[in-house]
Design a protein around this ligand. Structure first.
Ligand code: NAD
Length: 297
């Protein structure tokens, strides 16, 4: 176990709640803040502390972790008038684990540096199950010395914690991750509709596919959602839509063509336009059913 640190955790949602609880389990002194109260109460019940505002959460913190939905919330929580940078002591390490654009991570670093506040972008992959089981992949951008300080803390949240470059680099790698995951889910959904239409036993088919080259973490983690049509999130299609926008923009900025990614970005947008935005991304299956003229359950 690493030395106990005073950690403020802002954003106790699907991911943040289990991550904050795992930091408590690892022996850290964790104070949580969220827009709604129930997850704060749950953190207190798990042995953490609750705060009534961002200022209250960060007042004694050595480390601040943020895990909020998207760029506007990161800007508000970290850069806003009553936000993290306005309230922390010099020397504090601020680790943003939300998935946002690399440009916003660079902007956060530029705003923090003159105040002597250190920042890392450390987005994650592995989903809600990975957060609960503390087996996330964590891709970190920022200064090498700051990464070394953060590593023992991040090790309580994930099993693959890797420094990938300067500020924003973590977000660039996360954008690639989201591209790979969306395309994987889409083709898995296409295979499911194909197999069902052909009258094959779907669970048996997915079991055998999982043992061959077509096997993947996406197949393992998402096949039950698809077989049972259970689309409670998990990872919301709204958030994946945000991420497809990030990767599409970031790729265009560096002259990389993403032809298949661009199509899948359209299919994610279509799922959202059909009212599926609050469902798990495995609900891309519903879009394939619509395209195949099937009744969508
Ligand atoms: P979520 O919507 O469940 O949680 C976000 C939390 O942030 C909410 O509890 C909300 O109250 C809180 N919040 C928003 N604005 C706030 C503010 N101003 N002050 C305090 N709290 C605030 O989202 P999530 O699924 O936990 O995702 C969080 C981030 O992690 C996103 O960027 C997402 O893309 C990324 N992510 C999610 C998953 C997943 O499987 N859910 C996996 C990897 C990465």
């Amino acid at each position: 176990m690493s030395a106990s640190r005073k950690i403020a955790f802002i954003g106790l949602g699907i991911m943040g709640s289990p991550m904050a609880a795992n930091l408590v389990k690892a022996g850290h002194d964790v104070t949580g803040f969220n827009l709604t109260q129930p997850p704060i109460d749950a953190l207190v019940a798990a042995g953490g502390k609750g705060a009534s505002s961002i200022a209250d959460a960060v007042k004694n913190a050595e480390i601040v972790i943020t895990m909020v939905p998207a760029d506007p919330q990161v800007e508000q929580v970290i850069l806003g008038e009553d936000g993290v940078l306005a309230n922390v002591a010099e020397g504090t390490l601020v680790i943003d684990m939300s998935s946002i654009t690399p440009q916003t991570s660079i902007k956060v670093e530029a705003a923090a540096k003159p105040k002597g506040i250190r920042t890392l972008d450390a987005p994650v992959s592995g989903g809600e199950a990975g957060a609960i089981e503390a087996v996330l992949s964590i891709m970190v951008g920022g200064d090498t010395a700051d990464f070394a300080e953060a590593k023992p803390i991040l090790d309580a949240l994930g099993t693959t914690v890797i420094h990938v470059g300067p500020a924003g680099a973590g977000q660039t790698v996360k954008a690639a991750n989201q591209l790979i995951v969306a395309v994987n889910i889409q083709v898995l959904a296409e295979a499911v509709v194909f197999l069902e239409n052909a009258g094959v036993d779907l669970p048996a088919a997915l079991d055998v596919l999982g043992g061959g080259l077509a096997g993947s973490t996406v197949l393992n983690r998402k096949k039950a959602n698809m077989i049972d049509r259970q689309f409670a999130p998990g990872f919301r299609i709204d958030l994946h839509h945000k991420d497809m926008g990030i990767v599409t923009d970031a790729a265009r900025a560096v002259g990389a063509a993403l032809p298949v990614g661009a199509v899948v970005a359209q299919l994610v947008a279509s799922a959202r336009a059909n009212g599926d935005g609050s469902l798990d991304h495995s609900a891309l299956l519903r879009g394939v059913e619509r395209l195949s003229g099937r009744e969508v359950k």
